[in-house]
Ligand binder design. Sequence first.
Ligand SMILES: [Zn+2]
Length: 341
Amino acid sequence: MRLVTSAIVLFSLVLAADASAQQKPPQRGIVNVTGQLYRAQNDNHYTVFLVTPEGIIMSDPINRDFGRWLKAEFATRFKVPVRYVLYTHRDWDHASGGVVFADTAEFVGHRNMLTALAPPAGNPPLPADAVKIDVNKNGLVERSEAAGAYGDRFALFDYNRDDVLSGAEIARGSISDVLPPTVTYTDRHTVTLGGKRVTMTYLGVAHADDSSVLHFPDERAVFSADILQVKRLPGGLAPTVGAWIDALTTINALDYEHALTGHALAGTKKDAMQSLQYLQDISKGVAAGIGAGRSLAEIQKSLTLDAYKGFERWDTTREAHIAAVYATISGTRPAGPAGSR
Ligand SMILES: [Zn+2]
């Protein structure tokens, strides 16, 4: 009996700890980068904004709750409205919640954002992780079946709000709270306000096919979510390592000092150069291994990329990155999920 009781107590404690972790308010803050350029935090996500006498140019809204918080901070600290929201890309965890600023702002994103945000189309089958929770095997995920990300973000997946997720809704992603851009561009686009400039440059197909880097020329700063990382390896190298090398090369062709990221640390151009060097090193290392007739497992063992040992995710992603590059170079494929951050 005592054993049972202590087991129950322990279980309750675990539940309580879990509940308090969930209820913990998000970590939020605003840090000045330089001049009137700021970086704002919502837990593991970051955005940036530039204050001008005529209003604010900001990047990703992240989500509604954070957007409301940020809007209140803007009202008390700067007393000017948001005039532009410049999207880094469509992903739900960066681009949601723009509706908070829709009363005063224009929304700018790469043209491919519109395609990504279009209504779910076709009739694709459920992905493997959704098949697993489709208990009644009807090829749909009902709300009662939804677990994991599908449970957590059910409403964001459920485009037509019929309480059921189809394969097409899942393929589209949990982006129902992403306000589509009102202005789109193809290669490069400059926004001017209150004597300040911000230029958006298209980054190609690395990570997503609608990514922009924001360049603040007067502040000598860039902002990119998910592609630019500081002392942190990318979540995945989809669709190809070449696309990632191209994207980082585009970023580093800009004149800047401050490397501002959508996750974790911010840094300098030197950090961004190191990230590009990692991609080149892994690419060359895998190609050399294939040239020498080594197997994937052998290359994963020998290509340790020690120079990046101190980087976040080196221990958890190095082998997967090598596998992705190996598949690309040897022409075999599966490069992993496209949505990894
Ligand atoms: Zn993303």
